[in-house]
Write a protein that binds this ligand. Sequence first.
Ligand code: BG6
Length: 482
Amino acid sequence: MDTTCTFVLFGATGDLSRRMLFPSLYSLHAEGFLRDDQGIVGTSHRSSEDDAFRAQVRAWVKERVGEHYDDSVSDDFAKRISYISVDANHSEDFRRLRERLDEYECEEIVFYLSTSPSIFGAVCQGLKANGFSRAPNRIVVEKPIGSDLASNIEINETVAEAFSEDRTFRIDHYLGKETVQNLIALRFGNRIFEPLWNAQAIESVQITIAETVGAEGRGGYYDEYGAIRDMVQNHLLQLVCLVAMEPPTSLSADSVRNEKVKVLRSLAPITPENVEQKTVRGQYEGGYDETGGKASTYKEDVENEDSDTESYVAIAAEVENWRWAGVPFYLETGKRMAERNTQIVIRFREVPHSIFGAETNPNELIINLQPEERITLQIMNKKPGLTAEGMPLQELGLNLSLAEHHSARRRIAYEQLILDALNDNPALFVQRDEQEAAWRWIDGIVGAWKAKDMRPAGYRSGSMGPASKHSLTERNDHSWYV
Ligand code: BG6
């Protein structure tokens, strides 16, 4: 096919490409979002031929998209795909890549690095040496972009030697999720929330990302990173930003990202003096998995008997600015928890004076991001029926189930992000200064853990995390939402 616009995927035979990237590209193709002249070139160090690779991609896609798979659509999709093996450390391979791309007379190339960051430098140099780093070509980079601030800066500098910041797209796949974007719509597309969205009306914010899976299968990476770097530095802090940021002036990339970075810079540092009061680390022990079978321990999963990496972390964070001063943001994420659940709970303050002779429950706005996409507002009502005296109340939820309102299939978060990268729209990607501010805060926590020799507490697989997590909220007379 004649292509003038090409998507070049490094790491094309890796796990992310199989499970997420090719299925996303297929869906974009099937729904007509790809330009007619959009080509897709897979590269990895493995050798393969175009036809064999196309067949492999079709099998991956079929497995992932299930009932939405269509053979004839897949025939057309496969025509877009070609393959070339590239070893990032061989300059000769980049020359071959250039020759191949020259055949296509590409006007615009999006390079997507779904590889280990250890080869980002070599790939960027190879691309630059062959004239690929010129505008309008862009680069998309996957996490982990470093394991602390220093290594993050180093990687970003390496990439910056080839691609300018406005042409560097850093992925946080949470930003591609429908419901995460919906947070922006909820906050800024409705008048009713904004007057209440502050410390005067809100008592606390809780953000939980609980997973049932463990660290099995990716022990080497995970054991080095732990929950704080794997989930908090990126996904959890992005959710904090969307909940806490000031209204941006527009939806433009700069407006939104500049507001997010201000939130990250306002996070109160966690230090050796307060780390024991403000954080909890946990590591799962045995127990039972979702099917009732005996679950392995974290140490078994990562094959490291001495590991003291956390698979669970809870933090009482504070956003120190006028809007949020004094409102705890309780953040929590863990593997092998009782259920898969990503949710944000905005707990409002109690009514200043109860006329009912009994306490009323504070209102809560509960935003469920996954597995269900639901928004619930808990409000107090009169209990129906006759009463001889007083007015008994009950708490009920106003429920908006997003699934009921759009019957469309559930998208892979990468679909939106790949589409945006192809359309040169960086709004849902992470800016360098945002990332650096996040790492600075995370480095503070990791350093404080080290200084205090704070080891993870054990928790049972399939539980809600370590019991000590309650001390974080109880200290402020609060409790975790269950
Ligand atoms: C990834 C983490 O970034 O996000 C994984 O590396 C985690 O450890 C995953 O399981 C969670 O993503 P999702 O979309 O399943 O919530």
